[in-house]
Ligand binder design. Structure first.
Ligand code: KIV
Ligand code: ZN
Length: 516
């Protein structure tokens, strides 16, 4: 049997550090359940010391997700380690992940501490974490810009203090595959107790090398890789889980290794994370982008028709891509047909969610004769954002044109079931609709991003609008799909507002619980 590479997914922690991404507790739980289904070995659920809301979210993931190991991040300070343990103690298999910077640039300009002091912080905080839990991971942050000898000595200290995994972060995406491989070999040769720990790597993508660097480290002896779904994460993101996993699987002849990931769940996981982050997957993204298995040139199409492997190194079905039965449902399809298509797509919904999705499907089928898998995914994408505190769009009426002042009338159903109506003007029809909505919901926000794209081809295609709003210093995403793009835009705004209301309420509840 091939040796295993463990997959540590940090979409819920480093992924949440993507500019513009903010998960609420429901999002984190939904993603964590899907990561578990995907077969991820370790899920980094959050950074409990950063906010009471994140502490509660890590606690909830630790309580509900029992098959994957659950990790919580902590700086090498007492409060962080203690809060990480508070969040994780209900987990079936908890891990505390302690980190501290090791590069001189961080020590001098950020921590204002000398090397000996920082080494001591690492040792004592790993020992403190070890007092709580058997499984402790340690990361020397900015390791690839640190003096290697200093990193070796620190790793020796923390392994002595009980660290069972030592993770080497390329925090600013600076290293290269050859250099990183040499660093891993250096660790294996110079850290005398390294046989007592697993070597992990955590690569950022500033130079587009995160996956290459991770695979190079695996080749050199690393046996854990830290990833994010769709390569999301701080700045240019982290190594993409789907690329690392498919790299190891597709080139098993070269790496002679395997992972526990059930690759048929990759496509579904990618869509879920895209829906909940509002970060669209670029069409040419390897493995999960919409063009990843499309062939344009005549020569390639000819080859594929004769034998798929002529121009494909992976089988789309192994990644869980929908089977390609594109046009399947229409106006006459009933609950049964809709449910069976959802099953084929691997989409599981509660009865209540199913009923709402079915309603959305019927509405769409009235306007559009052929409902494709992409249409269904767009309906479900909206469904995923249904929050507890809800304003719903009841009516939108817009007048605009080159000789008119754009005017929108919006009627909303409020959380208590009553109705509000408002008319506003704006610089354009979308602005007018947003002015009307904002006048009613009373939560101050600024629109920072607006994108619109077509879900499928054709004049009757649905338009999908993704927006971001800034509200009390946090960014919230909203998504809406409809054959009328103004309706899609209004739905997207309401979704973002509902999310903002839900997160604000959760933060307040968590604050009350932590300061009773
Ligand atoms: O990039 C980084 O260095 C990190 C650490 C906290 C592991 O995210
Ligand atoms: Zn990182």
């Amino acid at each position: 049997m091939a040796d295993k590479v463990l997959i540590f997914d940090t979409s819920l922690r480093d992924g949440e550090q993507s500019p513009g991404v903010a998960f609420n507790i429901h999002d984190k739980l939904e993603i964590a359940h899907q990561l578990q289904k995907l077969g991820v070995d370790i899920i980094e659920a959050g950074f409990p010391a950063t906010s009471p809301g994140d502490l509660e979210a890590v606690k909830a993931v630790a309580k509900e997700v029992r098959e994957s190991r659950i990790a919580g991040l902590a700086r090498a300070v007492q409060r962080d380690v203690d809060l990480a343990w508070e969040a994780l103690q209900g987990a079936a298999a908890p891990r505390i992940h302690v980190f501290v910077s090791t590069s001189d640039i961080h020590l001098m300009h950020q921590l204002s501490k000398d090397r000996d002091t920082v080494r001591e912080m690492a040792r004592t905080m790993v020992a403190r974490a070890k007092g709580y839990v058997e499984d402790v991971e340690f990361s020397p942050m900015d390791a690839t810009r640190s003096e290697w000898e200093y990193v070796y000595r620190m790793l020796e200290d923390v392994i002595e203090a009980g660290a069972t995994t030592v993770n080497i972060p390329d925090t600013v995406g600076y290293t290269t595959p050859e250099e990183f491989s040499a660093f891993i070999h250096g660790i294996l040769e110079n850290v005398k107790n390294i046989h007592r720990a697993t070597i992990s790597v955590h690569c950022h993508n500033d130079l587009g090398l995160a996956v290459a660097n991770s695979l190079s480290a695996v080749r050199a002896g690393a046996r854990q890789v830290e990833t994010c779904i769709n390569g999301i994460g701080e700045r240019a993101g982290n190594a993409a889980l789907e690329e690392v996993v498919m790299g190891i699987k597709t080139r098993a002849d070269f790496y002679k290794l395997e992972t526990n990931v059930k690759t048929r769940e990759l496509y579904r996981t990618s869509r879920l994370v895209s829906d909940l982050t509002g970060m669209l997957v670029q069409p040419n993204k390897p493995v999960v982008g919409s063009n990843a298995f499309r062939h344009q040139s005549g020569i390639h199409q000819d080859g594929i028709l004769k034998m798929r492997e002529t121009y494909e190194i992976m089988d789309a079905r192994e990644i869980g891509w929908p089977s390609g039965s594109e046009i399947v449902l229409g106006k006459l399809s009933g609950r049964h047909g809709f449910k069976s298509r959802l099953d084929d797509l691997g989409i599981e919904l509660t009865t209540e969610e199913f009923e709402r999705a079915f309603e959305g499907f019927k509405e769409l089928a009235d306007k559009k004769p052929e409902i494709t898998d992409r249409d269904i995914e767009a309906i479900i994408g909206e469904e995923r954002h249904t929050e507890e505190v809800q304003y719903k769009l009841d009516l939108l009426q817009v007048s605009s044109g080159n000789q008119l002042v754009p005017t929108a009338t919006v009627r909303l159903e409020t959380p208590d079931g009553s109705h509000l109506v408002h008319t506003a003007t704006g610089t354009g029809p979308v602005d007018a609709a947003y002015q009307a909505i904002n006048a009613m919901v009373g939560i101050e926000n600024e629109l920072t991003e607006f994108t619109v794209k077509s879900v499928t081809e054709g004049i009757d295609a649905q338009g999908e609008v993704v927006i971001r709003i800034l509200c009390n210093g946090r960014t919230y995403t909203g998504r809406g799909a409809d054959t009328d793009i103004l309706v899609a835009a209004a739905k997207a705004m309401l979704q973002a507002i509902n999310r903002a209301l839900s997160v604000e309420t959760q933060q307040q509840d968590a604050l009350v619980r932590s300061n009773p």
